[in-house]
Design a protein around this ligand. Structure first.
Ligand SMILES: [Zn+2]
Length: 295
């Protein structure tokens, strides 16, 4: 009897853990980013999606990345060009950075890239200036067409908080507008994202980008994946490794490399334009992302 009880106990534990770490579908995600290294933000969740859940992740990149020349001093030596000189950088970086992006994408298993090649003109927090300089209507239409064609479950974008880069804010705004243009039943779930750099840090206090109600998120809902989650021999490994590998591919960039670190927690807000059913699906997805581990 004791043995039988033990057997039942073991079976129930296995059943619970199996339920917690599998989905009954293979998740399909679109990332919408402004610059060719922004995707590092979501890297651990993407890696788990493609490598452990059999999911698919595609990336829609808004700019050509030519504005990343200022801190290319070390990249000069990697590529044998004066990339930190504006004219040279603007000429060569679009090609170089696409290759860097795809090398990082190989690490996390990105399938397809959609390049929008809008100008990465210079750093500004001004979304209006960005929207004026970009061909926003064709961008929005193409994003909507891609979403219709592919039928994604989720779209990850950068959280458009006030102090964020205008290009990041514009990329997210155009993504949200494309989602909203679809019939409700066909909309992917919109999840604006950011990180906490340390467990002790407060989460960003975000409600919406001023003047753009479409960027509103549902209050008090936040999903997280902690890259410090341990696994492997003696539990020595963690998911900061994945993000650092992705960042390391962007050798033409300077300041991005300074974001290589441990301790990062990925965060995903829940856009207000999502439906209540979407909330259950998202909750389950992040339960599984947190539970599933490599063999
Ligand atoms: Zn960026």
């Amino acid at each position: 009897m004791k043995k039988l009880c033990l057997l039942i106990f073991v079976l129930s534990v296995i059943k619970v853990s199996a339920q917690d770490s599998t989905l009954n579908y293979q998740p399909k995600i679109l990332l919408i980013t402004a610059h060719p290294d922004d995707d590092a933000l979501f890297s651990a969740t993407i890696w788990k999606t493609t490598r452990l859940l059999g999911g698919t992740v595609d990336l829609a990149l808004m700019t050509n990345g030519e504005g990343g020349y200022k801190y290319s001093t070390l990249g000069n030596y990697v590529y044998g060009k004066e990339l930190d000189e504006e004219a040279v950088g603007r000429d060569y970086l679009p090609g170089i950075r696409k290759k860097e992006l795809m090398a990082g994408g190989d690490v996390v298993g990105i399938r397809n890239y959609f390049f929008f090649d809008q100008q990465d003109f210079y750093y500004t927090q001004d979304i209006e200036e960005t929207l004026e300089k970009w061909d926003t209507a064709p961008v929005e239409n193409r994003l909507a067409d891609i979403m219709k064609e592919e039928g994604y479950d989720f779209v990850f974008m950068m959280l458009p908080f006030d102090g964020n880069h205008g290009h990041h804010k514009a990329a997210t705004l155009l993504g949200l507008k494309a989602i909203k243009s679809l019939p409700e039943a066909e909309r992917p779930i919109a999840l604006p994202s950011f990180v906490r750099r340390n467990a002790e840090d407060e989460s960003m206090d975000y409600e919406m980008m001023e003047g753009y109600p479409i960027t509103k998120v549902k209050p008090d809902i936040l999903f997280e994946f902690d890259r410090n989650q341990k696994f492997g021999f003696d539990d020595r490994l963690d998911y900061n490794i994945i993000a650092n590998w992705v960042i390391a591919e962007h050798k033409s960039q300077g300041t991005m490399q300074l974001l290589m670190r441990n301790g990062v927690i990925e965060q995903y807000w829940f856009a207000e334009l999502n439906s209540d059913d979407d909330l259950d699906k998202t909750r389950k997805f992040f339960e599984v992302i947190n539970a599933v581990q490599p063999d």
